[in-house]
Design a protein around this ligand. Structure first.
Ligand code: SF4
Length: 367
């Protein structure tokens, strides 16, 4: 990146068709969007709307809700109307809920062809209903529920099998002139998943929804998703992402946003650059970094704050940041925009950094 210029994204994006999920463009030149899925019973409208509100506050742009029962389908109308971000209905097994979701005003529908037995017979009607409503459909192929025919053909859920399943289902829609589609080919193994999306991106120009399915608990799932999304996005592949973690969904959104920020696919917000500490550290860097992070939590501004443990790399890193501290000898030298401005005792480093960060943010021009 060149100082003073907008950050360079990791790669030129692959050219895809653009679809609209409610008011969020996906594909084409639209920024990569972050989505998540609620964990509440969809039929519990209040709990679901409350969770959607939390996700929205965290930066989620599109939300998906599961629709396994008629009660859930009945709840969609109110949820779609009251949610401030587009709602996608997630349908397995029952084509009738696809129609219910479209009637309810959902912004899109996700179908898993492997799980909808009579799906092929219904495609014409689904395509017509979605066209009339002007909404897109996600063909969501999942390794765990791959079409039996393809499982037999390939022996397991290989990248080729996932892609063939997705493109076959797309072709059924295309026969009816429907192309308002995005695709996902998820697998819990990031290597299989990456190869599946690579293959898919060579064979169609539909926008792609990236996901490592059942990625796991927070630590493992975050790493798997970051590695897989990082590989694909750095090749320009991927138009919208969903991180799947066994955690409250707000965590998925935070991880998704952080992945995009790390790749310069989203404007960076608050960034704490802190050194790991080593035998030269003259302060407890971990504690200092934690306290600064906690003190600045919720600050929604593109600010880079460096917390460095000693004077070896400290001044260098602190100079590169908007604000920084190089610690040593019971003191902290505070830098603002590369200029050392003052030295404070160690006990005052955190409050000084917070104070200066707030001043810098206040002085930022309004967007
Ligand atoms: Fe060690 Fe200093 Fe580097 Fe931190 S900045 S890792 S304390 S050498």
């Amino acid at each position: 990146n060149v100082p003073g210029m907008p950050p360079r994204p990791v790669a030129t994006r692959r050219t895809t068709r653009q679809i609209m999920v409610g008011n969020v463009p996906v594909g084409g030149d639209a920024p990569v969007s972050v989505q998540s899925m609620t964990t509440t019973l969809t039929s519990d409208v209040n709990a679901t709307l409350q969770q959607i509100a939390q996700l929205t506050t965290a930066g989620c742009q599109i939300v998906r809700v599961a629709v396994p029962t008629q009660d859930d389908a009945d709840a969609l109308k109110e949820i779609a109307r009251k949610s401030s971000i587009p709602v996608i209905a997630d349908i397995h097994f029952q084509p009738k809920y696809v129609f219910a979701a479209i009637d309810a005003g959902c912004a899109a529908v996700r179908v898993n062809p492997g799980n909808i037995k009579q799906f092929d017979d219904k495609v014409k009607e689904i395509a017509r209903a979605a066209t009339d409503a002007g909404i897109p459909i996600r063909i969501g192929v999942n390794a765990g529920s791959l079409d039996k025919r393809l499982l037999t053909k390939y022996g397991k859920a290989t990248p080729e099998a996932l892609v063939e399943s997705a493109l076959w289902e797309c072709s059924l829609f295309e026969e009816h002139g429907y192309r308002d589609i995005k695709i996902s080919v998820k697998h819990s193994d990031p290597v299989v998943m990456v190869n599946a999306y690579r293959l898919l991106s060579q064979q169609c120009d539909y926008p792609l929804h990236l996901g490592v399915t059942e990625a796991g608990p927070a630590f493992q799932g975050t790493i798997k998703s970051a590695v897989a999304f990082g590989a694909l996005l750095s090749e320009g592949i991927g138009d919208t992402i969903r991180v799947s973690l066994s955690t409250p969904p707000v965590e998925e959104v935070k991880v998704g946003l952080q992945i995009l920020e790390s790749l310069n696919l989203k404007k960076r917000g608050l960034e704490i650059v802190s050194c790991p500490g080593c035998g030269r550290a003259q302060v407890d860097v971990w504690k200092l970094a934690d306290e600064v992070t906690a003190g600045l939590d919720g600050l929604d501004a593109p600010l880079r704050v460096a917390v460095m443990g000693c004077v070896v790399n400290g001044p260098g890193e602190a100079r590169e940041a908007d604000l920084g501290v190089a610690s040593g000898n019971g003191k902290g030298q505070i830098f603002i925009k590369g200029v050392p401005v003052r030295t404070v005792p160690e006990s005052r480093i955190v409050e000084t950094l917070i104070e200066e960060a707030l001043k810098l943010v206040e002085a930022m021009p309004e967007e």
